[in-house]
Design a binder for this molecule. Sequence first.
Ligand SMILES: [Zn+2]
Length: 291
Amino acid sequence: MRIHHFDCGPARPLGGALMDGVSPGAIGRLTCHCLAIETDRHGVVLVDTGLGLRDMAHPWSRLPLLNAASLRFRFDANHTMLRRLRHAGLSPRDVRHIVMTHLDFDHAGGLIDFPEARVHVMEPEAEAAQARRGLLDQARYRPAQWGDTRRWHRYPERTAGRWFGFDAVTELEGLPPEFLLVPLPGHSAGHAGVAIEGPRGWMLHAGDTYFNRAEVHAARPHCPPGAAAYERIMAWDARLGRANQARVRALVQEEPTPLAVFCTHDPVEYVAMAVWQGNAANDRGADRQVA
Ligand SMILES: [Zn+2]
């Protein structure tokens, strides 16, 4: 197994450190941290897809205007999962499974670029995305991004197994037990983390359970105010989200930390994980082309 970390939706929001906690100037950095996992018997498995080729070409007709304008994504096809795979020497045709933390526009946009892949998602998330009840859901879920997907695997939230103190984790159809969905609703109705046991042990892609590393990794948890505001605006059930964030924080703060935990949008975690995994070189190639 080989794990690649890709940023498939880099954003440069105004607000600097108010958004990311580190940027010195007026412009902050956010990532759409996705994974491409080479396996021996199951092809390439993706975790989330970021923005897709069509989103990059026609962002203003496909993405929610307020979100796209405030986050200031860098709309460049070189950042899509499809191109990232090619830059890493992988064939997009080998993508057989895509495991989704949730179906927000900044995570599901690349689904359309892999119409033959099997897509794994929690049942409540698929339901909410189809129903699109209320203004928030109409903004966040964009059927044009995933309408071509034919092979859905939807998982009800139920007790299916235990993992690091989390019950209700779900094994995935057609994938080995090294891949698990860990329900963490709150940010959205069927939001989940994705756990993977790789060459360096277990890792948890926590999706949008938190937006900034200081929310779970700091001794005194806090969130930069700009990121906190965006997190609040996008929350389906903020209280449930905070409760699940606290569960992840408790896991991270065990001594010694039993696994690597990272979220989608924190740029520092993204760099740290790419370096830890030893594949930073792949990513530099893609970044150079758009610098
Ligand atoms: Zn997100």
